[in-house]
Design a protein around this ligand. Structure first.
Ligand code: NAP
Ligand code: G4F
Length: 384
């Protein structure tokens, strides 16, 4: 049985990848951080009690800033593959914690590579580094390929630039099987709630259920190339199955503004929104309801209240300058031809299917909130 070690296993990608590798017959080891509350919600469905024989998921406490901890875990586990997914991954937050971001995201990658080298595991262990389209930043070319020059625009992207190049350097200097996946934005129903897509799908679900009036956003005009995390973890696996290590762009090739994502996600549940005004004064008004879609996707019992709000053309989207970044990445659009040709990677989800998946999941989730609000106490239904 192959052994994989996943850093960042409690995150969106870590959880999908763990599930994918377990299904392939791997024993998966994961590094999680100690937290004051449970932080394993995304992988709880995979967890087995420590006394169970033939366990295929084993967790270790650790941190990307702790070299000794990482080296000990790698020595104990002796992984065939390491997927280095752990990172302080929020671009806006990285402006507030730049040193920590550099330490965890940049030097953290060096710690993994150096541990494999010092433990003489360079022939045994393959390493995947979670690189990012944020490296392109102020884009020098559209679409972006493996050849496009990098121009990072945040402490996060600069830290990831170091991680990218130290991975290439260890590959060339020590012959380590180490590869970068340059992944464009990928989302899912378990995407962190403060990333833009999930913020939108949660807020629209709450608006539909009359639990929230307005959602305040940052830059509505930036454009992203969004895929589904389920498709993207398959690319990570494929990258490590190649005889020769290399770097690959993983993307859909389609780019969409944040504004259009809002419109499409709203339409998915029958909400019609119209934007007016510019920049800080831009607003999204609820101007209509597609009754049949709303009843099917949200439920008849919520129709009357949303119709009233639409009649009044209520504001549901606003712009809050606090969400703007000091330096923005305006346009990302990737060309994954190399990955498609060499890895045989093909995404199954397009943007429409991604939005469907996220909206369906968040409406269901927010209905639990609605039920709590209405009844005032928890019921068995809460866990359905
Ligand atoms: P995520 O949901 O934010 O997960 C990040 C993971 O890293 C979590 O498990 C987190 O633990 C862990 N982590 C953070 N700091 C750590 C530290 N100091 N030590 C140990 N673990 C730490 O991110 P994601 O969306 O799954 O992304 C996975 C990786 O791909 C990240 O490196 C990200 O930068 C990169 N990436 C993501 C995208 C995307 O669109 N999702 C695109 C390109 C690249 P807690 O759960 O305890 O916070
Ligand atoms: O969803 P975001 O926060 O993702 P961002 O900054 O593109 O970073 C994500 O993707 C990267 C891959 O390119 C990863 F490396 C990184 O770890 C992370 O997963 O923001 C997307 C866009 C930005 O232009 C932002 O300014 O949405 C814009 N935006 C507008 N209003 C907002 C908001 N972003 C957030 N988070 N919140 C807003 O209210």
């Amino acid at each position: 049985m192959k052994k994989a070690l996943i850093t960042g296993i409690t995150g969106q990608d870590g959880a999908y990848l763990a599930e994918y590798l377990i299904k392939k017959g791997y024993v998966v080891h994961g590094i999680k951080r100690r937290a004051s509350m449970f932080n394993t919600e995304r992988i709880d469905h995979l967890y087995q009690e420590p006394f169970e024989e033939n366990r295929n998921l084993i967790l270790h406490y650790g941190d990307m800033t702790d070299s000794m901890n990482l080296t000990r875990i790698i020595q104990e586990v002796q992984p065939d593959e390491i997927y280095n997914l752990a990172a302080m991954s929020h671009v806006k937050v990285s402006f507030e914690v730049p040193e920590y971001t550099g330490n965890a995201d940049g030097l953290g990658t060096l710690r993994i590579l150096e541990a494999v080298r010092l433990l003489n595991m360079t022939d045994k262990t393959r390493i995947y580094q979670a690189s990012t389209s944020e490296l392109y930043g102020l884009v020098q070319q559209v679409p972006q390929t493996e050849q496009t020059p990098f121009y990072p625009r945040s402490p996060y992207a600069v830290a990831k630039l170091y991680a990218y190049w130290i991975t290439v350097n260890y590959r060339e200097a020590y012959n380590i099987h180490a590869s970068n996946g340059i992944l464009f934005n990928h989302e899912s129903p378990t995407r962190g709630e403060t990333f833009v897509t999930r913020k939108i799908t949660r807020a629209l679900s709450r608006i539909a259920l009359n639990l929230q009036q307005t959602v305040y956003m940052g830059n509505l005009s930036s454009q992203r190339d969004w895929g589904h995390a389920k498709d993207y973890v398959k690319a990570m696996y494929l990258i490590l199955q190649q005889d020769v290590p290399d770097d690959y762009v993983i993307a859909t090739g389609i780019t969409t503004t944040i504004r259009d994502f809002i419109l499409q996600a709203a339409a998915e549940i029958g909400l019609e929104i119209s934007f007016e005004g510019e920049e800080k004064n831009e607003r999204g008004l609820l101007t209509g309801i597609n009754k049949d879609v709303f009843v099917e996707k949200v439920g008849e019992e919520h129709l009357e209240s949303i119709k009233l709000r639409a009649l009044k053309n209520e504001q549901v989207v606003g712009v809050e300058p606090a969400y703007f970044r000091p330096t923005e990445v305006e346009l990302l659009m990737g060309d994954a031809t190399k990955a498609k040709t060499i890895l045989g990677w093909e995404p199954e989800y397009d943007l429409n299917a991604l939005i469907k998946d996220m909206m369906q999941s968040d409406v269901k989730l927010m209905k639990k909130d609605h039920h709590l609000k209405v009844t005032g106490f928890d019921t068995l239904n809460y866990f359905e």
